[in-house]
Design a protein around this ligand. Structure first.
Ligand code: SAM
Length: 214
């Protein structure tokens, strides 16, 4: 993801009705924010938001929250939202570092977490920053409802292998593990491609996926 500074992106984000500001969020208030009791699904590191916009359009009975660390990336998602013919009332964004996710959602408030093509942080000393590290799983464990799950897709084999081990070490259950998602007709049912998934699968890279629950 290009992280060029985009002039005015902070101001545009501050003014956008599609963004909930981290400092305004209150753990436990998400059903109030959406104005209904529908399940809450979160994507962490949503990039330009293609995956979530498609999911939100297809699933009006689910509320979606997209988390993205950088304004320069989030602004692209906001631009796409402005182009939507029908506004998506079941999708909002937060610009924040997912490290603080436990401050934004209450215990058991989230039904599903999506991690798609997360940054690999290849150096060992940065392993804790990987969004599938044990440290992050512990954060997800706090906010996931009973029966909630984490779904992770990537084409990065080293990160995927690390993630499988990390899930096991954290004592979570692996419901699904595939090294070739696009070759599995069953698992492909309802699969929504992310921007990176489209790009890397077009290059011939196999896509790996795991689903984990506590
Ligand atoms: N999920 C998208 C996809 O599959 O097309 C984008 C993938 S991109 C490689 C990873 C994104 O995660 C980037 O936009 C990056 O800024 C964001 N990101 C990385 N670490 C993050 C964190 N700790 N909190 C929030 N977003 C993060």
């Amino acid at each position: 993801m290009r992280l060029r500074n985009i002039r005015g992106s902070r101001e545009a984000i501050a003014a956008s009705g599609h963004v909930i500001h981290e400092e305004e969020t209150r753990a436990g208030s998400w059903h109030e924010i959406f104005g209904n009791g529908h399940p809450i699904h979160v994507e962490i590191g949503m990039g330009k938001g293609k995956f979530l916009m498609e999911l939100a359009e297809k699933n009006p009975q689910i509320n979606f929250v997209g988390i993205e660390k950088y304004s320069s990336v989030l602004i692209r998602a906001l631009e796409k939202m402005e182009q939507e013919e029908k506004p998506l009332s079941n999708l909002v964004f937060i610009r924040m570092d997912a490290e603080n996710i436990g401050k934004v959602f209450a215990e058991g408030e989230v039904d599903r977490i999506y991690l798609n093509f997360s940054d690999p942080w290849p150096k060992d000393r940065h392993a804790k920053r990987r969004l599938t590290s044990r440290e992050f799983l512990a954060r997800y464990g706090q906010i996931l409802a009973p029966g909630g799950r984490v779904e992770f897709k990537t084409d990065n084999r080293a990160l995927f292998d690390f993630s499988v081990e990390s899930v096991k070490e954290a004592g979570w259950k692996l419901q699904t593990v595939t090294y070739d998602l696009h070759g599995d007709r069953e698992l492909m049912k309802g699969n929504v491609m992310t921007e990176y998934e489209e790009r890397f699968s077009a290059m011939g890279n196999p896509i790996h996926k795991l689903v984990a629950c506590r």
